[in-house]
Design a protein around this ligand. Structure first.
Ligand code: GLC
Length: 556
């Protein structure tokens, strides 16, 4: 049936629409998960030199910046999110000189570079934790409960499963919200603040353009470390404020960092940013992290978790835009990262939906993060043998991440599993990228790959998709090219246009974007000339047929 698209209704806007003063307000930022991006030395593990050699791919793709996941000295108990030395590069990934060369090479190509900072916890191999006296000042040690202190100090559970406390040989316990190898720092100690500011300056001096703040909602714990009172706490992350997550006290830290970032940038005529990985229960609480004097961006995990249904998508988009507009910030969209099931698989194992979701995301006002491999339409790998797994959550029986919280699309997941992956753990989204060739390691490097790549990825490589107009890679390239060419995309106004059930229609300056979330064609009066579509769209006698699970950008 053909239905009308009429009378747009404005979506909530940030004050001062149009291209704001910050590069980050509408930047498309590509996440490089270093160990799985490109390997230069044949050990099967991606490294900084490999990443540098592959930067032209990112330039051709058309992104504005790169976020590099941790490459710091680390025993790798949690893929490098257990840092033993924040100023050193782990030999697995190269040297400080390699980091310097990568940052310079990126800048030469016009790409900004964001690095991870991990302030909630260090590695248990960090020199501070290795020294018992220092450790007791700079981490969270408490006496145990029970007659002889044999019980943990409270009932908190680790995100990765099991108690959040481990007892030491001295008889007391230390807190670790993640693995036991990741003790939580004591942010009541000013030395901890000073150290992280110094670490930031170290990387800023090497030329980075910002930081992705790991567990940005975690550093401050409720006074007295109160019990929660029931188990399965990981399921509450992102659903409610917990005594260990999203405490109001974290905002003072973000304000101090914003002062540091602004001061550093102002002195050098550049803008350096912070992006929060924060699991907040509502869009309003997430927006607190991007108040004008706090961080610049915060990943919108509510959008990531939205089911593939037009009403749900629209309400999450509206709530996100309203919340960030209330503090004058843009929204930061994301569909995939190294902690969640790749969205091709999460959205019902449907590449069509994944492509449509990407075009929708890139049509929305604000910034967007892409996770390496989504531009190739990579699915989650769901048949990894246990012996190759490395995710600490797999071994501790916890869950993959707090990012996949309430609202996960269980309906459309192929097997009804929480996130549609193998079993919710994170190795399946971390399989090394296929670059070229018909056989593993598909040009990933001169050796093998630390996780096995599927035998049928030959058609998904960068080389195989390049130049094929039907490929997902060319779809992303075209979308990013249009985003650059159309001045109203990015940080500009947006309105909803009426649309039939199951279809979304939104307008941006000069553009209308339709999304058909239904599994079948829907006819509409053609709203304009198709510019780009995730699936072939036909226009006949001024009637457009939107294919099922598709997104189309129209010139209006
Ligand atoms: C963040 C990271 C995740 C890591 C955790 C602990 O959620 O994205 O990979 O396991 O923090 O550092």
């Amino acid at each position: 049936m053909t239905q009308e698209l009429t009378s747009p209704s404005p979506a909530p806007q940030a004050p001062g629409t149009g291209r704001g003063p910050g590069w980050w307000r509408d930047a498309v930022i590509y996440q490089v998960y270093v160990r799985s991006f490109a390997d230069s030395d044949g050990d099967g593990i991606g490294d900084l030199r490999g990443a540098r050699e592959r930067l032209p791919h990112l330039k051709d793709l058309g992104v504005d910046a790169v976020w590099l996941t941790p490459f710091y000295a680390s025993p790798q108990a949690d893929g490098g999110y257990d840092v033993a030395d924040y100023r050193a590069v782990d030999p697995l990934f190269g040297t400080l000189q390699d980091a310097d060369e990568l940052i310079r090479a990126a800048h030469d190509l016009g790409l900004r570079v964001i690095v991870d900072i991990v302030p909630n916890h260090t590695s248990d191999r960090h020199p501070w934790f290795q020294d018992p006296e220092l450790a007791r000042q700079r981490y969270l040690f408490r006496p145990g409960k029970g007659g002889s202190g044999e019980l943990p100090p409270n009932d908190w559970e680790s995100v990765f499963g099991g108690p959040a406390w481990t007892r030491t040989d001295h008889g007391d316990w230390y807190l670790h919200l993640f693995a036991p190898e990741q003790p939580d720092l004591n942010w009541d100690n000013p030395e901890v603040h000073a150290e992280f500011e110094a670490i930031m300056r170290f990387w800023l001096d090497l030329g980075v353009d910002g930081f992705r703040v790991d567990v940005a909602h975690g550093m401050i714990k409720a006074p007295g470390l109160p019990d929660i009172g029931h188990g399965a706490q990981a399921q509450l992350i992102g659903a409610q404020v917990l005594p260990f997550f999203d405490q109001d006290g974290v905002h003072a830290i973000h304000r101090a960092w914003r002062r540091l970032l602004d001061g550093y940038g102002d002195a050098r005529g550049k803008q350096v940013i912070g992006v929060a990985e924060a699991w907040a229960p509502t869009a309003e609480r997430l927006a607190l992290y991007v108040r004008p004097d706090e961080l610049h961006q915060a990943f919108n995990f509510q959008f990531l978790n939205a089911p593939w249904q037009s009403d749900a998508l629209r309400s999450v988009i509206d709530a996100s835009l309203a919340a960030t507009a209330s503090v004058g910030a843009p929204t930061t969209w994301v569909l995939s990262n190294h902690d969640v099931v790749r969205h091709t698989t999460r959205l019902g194992g449907s590449l069509a939906r994944a492509r449509a979701a990407a075009l929708l995301m890139l049509a929305l006002p604000g910034s967007a993060y892409l996770y390496q491999g989504e531009e190739l339409g990579l699915p989650e790998v769901t048949d990894l043998p246990d012996e190759v797994r490395q995710d600490p959550a797999f071994f501790r029986g916890g869950r993959a991440t707090g990012a996949v919280g309430p609202g996960t699309d269980t309906e459309s997941a192929p097997d009804g599993a929480a996130a549609g992956g193998q079993d919710g753990f994170r190795d399946g989204c971390r399989v090394p990228l296929p670059w070229s060739g018909e056989l593993p390691p598909y040009g990933f490097g001169p050796g093998g790959s630390w996780l096995p790549q599927p035998a049928d990825w030959g058609g998904l490589t960068v080389a195989a998709q390049t130049g094929d107009p039907a490929s997902t890679l060319e779809l992303y390239r075209a979308a990013l090219e249009l985003r650059r060419r159309l001045p109203g995309l990015g940080d500009g106004p947006m309105s909803w246009a009426p649309a039939p059930d199951g279809v979304l229609a939104l307008t941006r300056p000069g553009l209308l974007c339709t999304v058909n979330t239904l599994g079948h064609d829907v006819g509409l009066p053609a709203p304009g000339t198709p510019l780009l579509s995730s699936a072939p769209v036909t226009v006949d006698d001024a009637t457009a047929q939107l294919p099922g699970d598709s997104c189309t950008w129209w010139a209006i």
